[in-house]
Design a protein around this ligand. Structure first.
Ligand SMILES: [Ca+2]
Length: 368
């Protein structure tokens, strides 16, 4: 009888680890493709999102089914920042880890040129009131679908999930959202918070706070470049610090120049998983510069070069042909932070060129 009781209690304990499943209606955004019309069960909360494709020049096929949600943002018209919501089957559970996946793409094709980087933001709220940013994607740069692990902890029992497009860099951007999974609530036996990343003498120092840490807890540090796929950078085991809140750390000793995104993937001793919010870090090269992007590429006549500078400085921009011969050079004064430079390639022969600034070398195609 005593053994039976022990087994029953264990079963109850483990059964309690898996939480409930929460769904949204029409998670694949299926509907009749239409401009300024949200798919069934989705409601526009800002602007007038579309059921895509093929409106406004968008041709990317759906990731799942035949249609998806298309959201645009024009920096010059703040009210154009589009968002749309769906209701959840049951309210979200405050203080509990919620996991799901979603497919996202930068559509790049709206009106042929709305191709700035963008960020997808997921809000929790009531009706169209956007109350808590539950999750933000890294900057999305490619017009291909990528599946993202979305993990969040609501602060309140929200009944709306709201997708919003946010400008990353550039002036116009367009976002595709498709193929949301069900949302699974998970109770981990470790609580992770305050994930931070800081550049320190050329390395990136990461730290987080854990409560309930156990020696079988695994913390996987993940990094993404250009906002796409995260890959594992390293893993550290728990230190058995128990219920007491303790800070853990990990250093990326060889970060890449430019902007990177980091997140913490925690696996508790029962195998339950959660992901921290994503943090963005910019590492400048020895000349104090960090490449953003060149758009468009291929280039017809003109392109925008986006460069970040650690401080205001005079910099030299060089243009090299495919054999590495310098065909143009120019001094430019850069402001601290983000700089947009216009590159004029009109009059250049078609071909491959390299844009060089400090340690940055970017390949561009002109004329095709
Ligand atoms: Ca779909």
């Amino acid at each position: 009888m005593k053994n039976f009781l022990v087994i029953s209690i264990c079963l109850l304990f483990f059964a309690g680890l898996e939480g409930q499943v929460i769904t949204v209606l029409n998670p694949s955004f299926e509907g009749s493709a239409a401009s300024s019309v949200s798919p069934p069960n989705w409601t526009a909360c800002g602007g007038s999102p579309d059921t895509q494709p093929p409106w406004w020049g968008v041709s990317l096929p759906a990731s799942n089914g035949s249609t998806y949600y298309g959201l645009v943002y024009l920096q010059s018209i703040p009210s154009s920042q589009e968002s749309g919501r769906a209701l959840t089957s049951t309210p979200l559970m405050p203080g509990t880890v919620h996991n799901m996946t979603v497919d996202l793409a930068n559509l790049q094709a709206y009106n042929g040129s709305w191709n700035g980087n963008c960020i997808a933001r997921l809000w929790g709220g009531t009706g169209c009131t956007m109350s808590q940013i539950l999750w933000s994607s890294p900057q999305l740069t490619n017009s291909t679908w990528n599946t993202h692990n979305v993990s969040f902890t609501p602060t309140s029992a929200w009944t709306s999930l709201i997708w919003q497009v946010v400008i990353g860099t550039g002036t116009f951007s367009s976002l595709g959202v498709d193929n949301m999974s069900q949302i699974t609530t998970i109770i981990l036996d470790v609580k992770v918070s305050d994930f931070q990343a800081e550049v320190n003498q050329g390395q990136v120092d990461l730290s987080w706070v854990a409560e309930g840490d156990h020696e079988d807890t695994r913390y996987y540090i993940e990094r993404a470049r250009s906002g796409q796929d995260f890959s594992e950078l390293g893993m550290i085991q728990g230190q058995n610090t128990g219920k007491e809140a303790s800070r853990h750390d990990y250093s990326d000793l060889r970060p890449e120049y430019g902007t990177s995104w980091y997140r913490l993937h925690t696996v508790d001793r029962n195998g339950e998983e959660s992901w921290s919010p994503i943090v963005e870090v910019t590492v400048f090269d020895p000349s104090g510069l960090s490449f953003g992007y060149i758009m468009p590429n291929p280039i017809i006549d003109q392109a925008n070069l986006n460069i970040l500078a650690e401080s205001a400085r005079l910099a030299e921009i060089q243009l090299l042909d495919s054999r590495g011969r310098m065909v143009h050079q120019q001094q430019v004064m850069l402001d601290k932070g983000e700089n947009q430079l216009n590159l004029d390639f009109s009059g250049f022969q078609s071909g491959i060129y390299f844009v060089k600034m400090g340690a940055i070398v970017q390949r561009v195609v002109v004329g095709w």
